[in-house]
Design a protein. Sequence first.
Length: 566
Amino acid sequence: MSAPQASTDLDIPVIRRNWIKEFSILAALALVLAAPWLLRPETSSIPVSYDRRLVILTPHNERIRHEFAHAFADHWKQLTGETLYVDWRIGGTSELAMMLRSDYASAFQQYWTDELKQNWTHEVATSFASSKTKTEDVTPGAKARKAFLDSSIGIGMDLFFGGGAYDFEQQAAAGILVAGDAAKGVGLKALQQHHPDWFTDAVIPINVSGEPFYDKELRWAGTCLSSLGICFNYDVLKRLGIASEPAQWEDLANPKLFNQIALSDPNKSGTVTKSLEQIIQQQMQLRLAELLKEGTATYPEAGPSLLETALSQGWERGLRLIQKISANARYYTDSSAKIPLEVAQGDAAAGMCIDFYGRALEEMVRKDDGSTRIKFIAPVGGSSVGVDPIGLLRGAPNPEVATAFMEFVLGDQGQKLWNYKAGTQGGPVKAALRRLPVRKDFYTETNRSQMTDSEVNPFEMAKAFTYHPEWTGSLFGAVRFIIKVSCINVHEDQQAAWQAIIKAGFPPRAMSAFENITLVSLQAAKKLAADLGKKDKELEMRLNRELTAAFRNQYRVAKQLAEEGL
């Protein structure tokens, strides 16, 4: 018997069919992989080939990224003849801050164990990036801290660009942001030497109304200004029967705005946390003014007891105001950029947002006759003027290019991009960015004639509100946590209680139960901040669980009392 053939004519169609099927799958996979390249916009900032690459970590929106990438790439081309690729890595400020900590921890662990041949312990892991660790000590943690600060460990990224001063202060204290080396011509230290007039009161003051504008060690510097405020929709307010525009934070607690406020989770955004902190500080300042008016002493001669009373009572007032604003919120979004969009679409009547988000939407929906249904206002005496900073990351792979980018952003070319009208000489190409330049000397008549917000004087506006970091600065993380347990985690119960209270005509016992913030008083918040500072996840989870349960029960009691008319 002859051996069977390897294949027959009947097998050929089956083989062909299998081959065609596999080829189709591979072709589809190739198309998916190629799609981002094939479908990239003509104005993409990714060149076909490039000589240098600058990696920037940022929370800035697409318009800002586009304008600065193209303008600086053109500037670099003219300066060096090289093609530059600006590689943006994006996310929320708080998320990016967490990513930086994680990536630098991984990089240092490898350096510590592989190069220094040291054991990686819990003490080392929690000490190397902690500003509380004293390098002169002889502990393994102190040794690790000194090794980190003396190193050039990097994570393949050059700059951190955008966010709030608080997050940059944290990264600088950790040792992640660096001042650079003036002798080598890199970092803000080098720019200070090259432009000695920049970091002065006449150009970029170190501090304005309590807000830091740059780090005294030059590990970061503000690039543009921002204030926090309220964006609102005229059409929705009219439909709700609200005749007057909101002008202060307390206007967002209006019962007529129930289920009509747009808010964002402060645990996802340092900017949102800052706005809540400012609500509290405004109430502290108002209470202090009241106590001074009631007495005969004048601050600060009145002594610490009067100030302590004002801070404690103002803290309580601020948290109670936040409770009511939260109870009016439809829900908490995961991004502060979504708030003005919700308002513009009519899904919310008002919301808390950064000035340029509000102004950009105001401009976007403006009609041909000049009218607009959206408006942004900064509460007078309730909002400070802060900065959006930039800083050089430790171990930046391209420190020279990164330094040139910082020089560009702080120089005339970059400052014009922030607020010049679209299409003007030196202005953005696509659309106005509606950000306010950080440089005090920029606000000349010549520049104002080209600015989209020529009528705004941020340095005058800053005089109406002084931020006191010694009052609540150390409680920034605690504020986030308190809002999470008293508002976000229990939002459904909070809303139900508030709705019942409104319907019942604000009965006193129900209101008292609703506004009870004994568990998170100023003294309790200080202890909470200390506990959170221990970075003990088990303790944090327990506190989260216990406080959430307490506030949920509190709101349920308030709802029941309201329904009973008590």
